[in-house]
Write a protein that binds this ligand. Structure first.
Ligand SMILES: Cc1cc2nc3c(=O)[nH]c(=O)nc-3n(C[C@H](O)[C@H](O)[C@H](O)COP(=O)(O)OP(=O)(O)OC[C@H]3O[C@@H](n4cnc5c(N)ncnc54)[C@H](O)[C@@H]3O)c2cc1C
Length: 696
């Protein structure tokens, strides 16, 4: 799932409001919600200025109430409490929407946070209460894991299973906000203080509608980028892993399947999955959302009508459409943080520090052994901890590369130019690869699509069902091979957006609604880079993905336009999908040719892939930099001049420093990236345990 540049994705709540009108009137539902607020066991506390949200998009200006959005909410259950995010009212209550919407959204958030199984405050990591060094007195650990995202939470949990190993996990961000656990609000933390809010350097062939600058959301919280996402679970085509294994032994699909299965607890309908490819006893619940809008079923029927396969994308075949498997349990999203780390938090040998920004890996004088890390705590104090055995970087595609570079591990000339002492000359930050695409917006006629109602809230709170337990059409996806793909390996993934719970507004009771199909190219051969802007660890790095450098990507995406058109012309969809909304792509409208003699005029002229120049323009102007970036600490042998880590994920020349996250992918995976990263966390844990258990 993604954020679209420069316009936001249709599921992004802040964008949904852009085209909605003011609705300031009294509202029955909102009054009912108000009367329930007394049951919420939460309290507002003023936040220090330094932690206020600097993003003007999210500041709410209702006179004296501006401060409310900037407050942190402390969520309590019994004697437990933690500083929780306060996101919904800020996103949904734009000045144009009005005060009632602000109150309604704030109440939804309060009521959801009052659900102890969702907020889970007794199993949260406590923020450091004082700058007192005593809280960090235990400064020697066997393993120091940097980054509490997808890989880091899996790894810290697995390494601490051995009670003789002392493990420290350091995460720069805070605890994940409760609201991100609710599927309908899965994307609300994007563009907030829970997001690093990176962006690219200007691109020559992408995001031109935004001056070439593409957005780059990355999670900054215990949970990482998983808590900006809808947690779709896909693994990709076996041939991708088999290609990795040609240079890195142990990584063929048959070999890593064990780690996928070890992590998975699958409860999808039995007759809809191929059981031999799935695990049923792992920590990670994988299932379907309990709720699907009608249109989701219609789109699957349309795919069947075209003779496409509808089925398990993680079984024998990847190709086809599916209701995506999701990391979800009982209607609530289950990130690796929740499923792996929280159950381990009681272990005496595991220490997790949040708001701990790691600025350097310390290496011995010979430059061949990591001895610990330096980090800044939430009070701004620089701390040092020792790693007796290993340091593992799990900071993700940006964070791990940036940390290694700051530590002198990277291209020597680049580092010297920034006055960073070079420790190892390695191509850190190079080999950045991506998924990329664009949106086709369609107008659909149907029933009311507004899920943001008091009934939805009631249904969610009472039964964990209804529109709040789904991401709408975003839960659908499909994998297809364009004519440019080799051996029929899918190189296009089709995402959808729409029909998700939206911010409260009477206008959304209307009978039509926009949805979008988002074709994404998966197997890019282009390579970009991440470089330091300066030696200051707080400076955002220079991110240059080099989007769309290869014409094949655009050509394959244009081919996907025809696929979308064919779907909308099926019996089941042709009366519902009324119009192709070309008006959105104003900058390219002059390139649209009318298709003379088109029998399907009601679908709007210009909607076919024969209009290649028009679509090329749309792709470059309104690029969707899909969020599956990887590759900046490439895995490969020492003989490969582009490799940073070996097949055991050890940095070449510094064997007790490993990298385990999306940055090690040598080439792109043709699917969403969380499941592969979890597999990497599992495999890294096994390799590390094996290394140290086999020593006398
Ligand atoms: C909007 C969006 C939607 C997505 N949807 C899906 C989806 O549905 N399914 C899917 O499979 N994938 C999805 N993805 C991609 C997926 O989330 C990422 O590929 C995945 O999270 C990468 O895992 P990681 O462990 O490599 O990094 P991350 O999960 O990003 O974790 C890195 C962690 O390290 C921390 N960190 C970084 N630097 C430091 C430092 N110096 N000190 C301390 N801590 C640090 C970060 O704060 C972060 O918590 C989505 C991504 C986005 C942005």
């Amino acid at each position: 799932m993604s954020t679209r540049e420069p316009r936001r994705t249709r599921h992004s709540a802040d964008t949904q409001l852009e085209d909605e009108d003011e609705d300031d009137d009294d509202d029955d539902d909102e009054e009912k919600a108000s009367s329930r607020s007394s049951s919420a066991r939460t309290a507002y506390f003023r936040t220090p200025i330094s932690r206020q949200n600097p993003n003007p998009l999210r500041s709410v200006q209702f006179g004296q109430r501006t401060a409310m959005e900037q407050d942190l909410l402390v969520t309590h259950c019994g004697t437990c409490g933690f500083e929780d995010g306060n996101l919904l009212s800020g996103i949904c209550a734009q000045p144009t929407i009005g005060y009632n919407a602000f109150i309604f959204m704030a109440l939804i958030e309060l009521i959801i946070k009052s659900q102890c199984p969702i907020a889970d405050p007794c199993r949260r990591v406590k923020s450091l209460r004082t700058p007192d060094a005593k809280e960090l007195s235990d400064d020697e650990y066997d393993f120091v894991v940097v980054g509490g995202g997808v890989a880091g939470t899996v790894l810290a949990s697995r390494l601490s299973e051995d009670s003789n190993s002392r493990v420290l996990l350091l995460e720069a961000g805070a605890e994940e906000p409760s609201i991100s656990s609710v599927p309908a609000f899965a994307f609300t933390a994007a563009n907030s203080t829970y997001d690093w809010q990176f962006e690219t350097v200007p691109q020559k062939r992408a995001c031109l509608g935004n001056g070439g600058v593409c957005l780059w959301p990355r999670g900054k919280m215990l949970c990482g980028t998983a808590c900006l996402s809808g947690l779709m679970y896909t693994r990709g085509h076996p041939s991708v892993y088999d290609a990795w294994a040609r240079n890195s032994s142990g990584w063929s699909y048959d070999e890593v399947l064990h780690h996928f299965k070890k992590s998975e607890n699958n409860s999808e309908p039995e007759d809809e999955i191929e059981k031999e490819f799935h695990g049923f006893e792992g920590p990670l619940s994988v299932s379907r959302f309990p709720f699907q809008p009608d249109l989701a079923t219609d789109i699957l029927d349309a795919a069947k009508e075209l003779g496409m396969r509808v089925g398990d994308p993680n079984g024998r075949q990847q190709q086809g459409f599916t209701l995506a498997p999701i990391m979800v349990k009982d209607g609530v999203l289950g990130s690796p943080n929740k499923m792996y780390l929280r159950p381990a938090l009681g272990r005496k040998n595991l220490r997790v520090l949040i708001e701990a920004h790691v600025v350097k890996v310390n290496v011995d004088e010979a430059g061949s052994r990591a001895v610990g890390v330096e980090f800044d705590d939430k009070w701004g104090n620089r701390r040092r901890v020792k790693a007796l055995k290993e340091v593992v970087a799990c900071g993700g595609v940006v964070g791990s590369a940036q940390l290694l570079l700051l530590s002198g591990i990277g291209p020597a000339a680049q580092l010297r130019a920034l006055n960073v002492t070079s420790v190892r000359d390695l191509p850190v930050g190079e080999n950045l690869h991506y998924h990329v695409g664009f949106s086709i917006v369609l107008r659909v006629e149907g029933r009311n699509t507004n899920g943001m109602t008091i009934d939805s809230l009631r249904e969610f709170v009472t039964n964990r069902t209804g529109p709040f337990t789904s991401t709408g059409l975003t839960q659908l996806t499909g994998f297809f091979a364009s004519k440019y793909s080799a051996h029929g390996v899918p190189d296009i993934q089709l995402y959808l957006d729409g029909y998700s719970a939206k911010c409260r507004n009477r206008q959304s009771m209307r009978e039509t609604s926009d949805i979008s199909f988002r074709p994404i190219y998966l197997l890019s051969k282009c390579r970009g880079s991440i470089r330091l802007r300066s030696a200051d660890p707080y400076d955002k790095p220079l991110i240059d993905p080099n989007y769309l450098c290869d014409d094949v990507e655009t050509d394959a995406l244009i081919e996907a336009v025809q696929l979308v058109r064919n779907l909308t012309l099926t019996k089941v969809l042709r009366d519902r999908v009324k119009r192709f909304d070309i008006a959105e792509n104003k900058k390219c409208a002059h390139l649209r040719r009318k298709d003379e003699g088109d029998k399907d005029k009601d679908k709007d002229d210009g909607y076919s892939s024969s209009n290649a120049e028009y679509w090329r323009c749309v792709i470059q102007e309104y690029t969707n930099g899909e969020n599956h970036h990887a590759g900046t600490c490439k895995m490969g042998p020492a003989t490969d001049a582009t490799a940073v880590v070996d097949h055991q994920l050890r940095v070449h020349g510094i064997p007790n420093l490993r990298v385990a996250d999306a940055s090690i992918f040598p080439t792109p995976i043709n699917c969403n990236t969380i499941a592969p990263v979890i597999m990497i966390g599992e495999k890294a844990a096994d390799m590390i345990k094996q290394t140290w258990n086999s020593r006398p």
